[in-house]
Design a protein around this ligand. Sequence first.
Ligand SMILES: Nc1nc2c(ncn2[C@@H]2O[C@H](COP(=O)(O)OP(=O)(O)OP(=O)(O)O)[C@@H](O)[C@H]2O)c(=O)[nH]1
Ligand SMILES: [Zn+2]
Length: 205
Amino acid sequence: MKVDKNIEQGERVSLPTKYGHFEIIPFQENENKLEHIALVKGEFSSEDVVLTRIHSACATGDLFGSLRCDCGEQLIKAMELIEQEGKGLLVYLQQEGRGIGLMNKIKAYKLQEEGYDTVDANLHLGFRADERNYNIASQILDALHIRKVRLMTNNPDKILGMELAGIEVKKRIPLEIRQNKFNVDYLTTKQERMNHFLHHLKTAE
Ligand SMILES: Nc1nc2c(ncn2[C@@H]2O[C@H](COP(=O)(O)OP(=O)(O)OP(=O)(O)O)[C@@H](O)[C@H]2O)c(=O)[nH]1
Ligand SMILES: [Zn+2]
């Protein structure tokens, strides 16, 4: 089904998971053929303020349980919260490495092993700290008749990005994950340089 000139919507089928019972709907961008995923629970009307997670792909964290970042645990937590509420949406966007792709993210990791932080590594590679925008996310929400959300995120720029893309973010729902020794520097940089709301983060004195 063509839902927008830029994006095509696939079939909707049931997807029982370890974290709850959802439906999955694939979307594909027409121009670059990138595939994104909507995990849906319940039916929405345009007046609903839908519990929503916009999740950027992270192969290392989401697939392999990497402890270098908080992505994998955030993904599971978001699914659990949607299941608890009985209604909600998770959009899984092909925005690996904050939009720079896996090759470049791993280059950025290499630079981090040489002492750069996550922001400077991106800059050193010739990218902005964050190359994402949320236009495709907004088109997917449009297709699902969602205009207002309670957004599960710690990232102020994601809220701004969603609003710029035409979605009303009525509320932020924190999605903080316990730190570990491998991700504490990464989380600290997100807090200090990208202004993420990470109130439970304890940095070494
Ligand atoms: N460029 C780059 N991307 C990274 C790095 N670590 C994780 N990522 C990517 O960052 C994206 C997740 O962004 P984050 O900044 O961790 O979190 P966020 O999505 O902005 O914010 P939340 O909504 O709170 O999760 C995923 O696409 C990861 O692949 C890194 O060191 N460098
Ligand atoms: Zn990650």
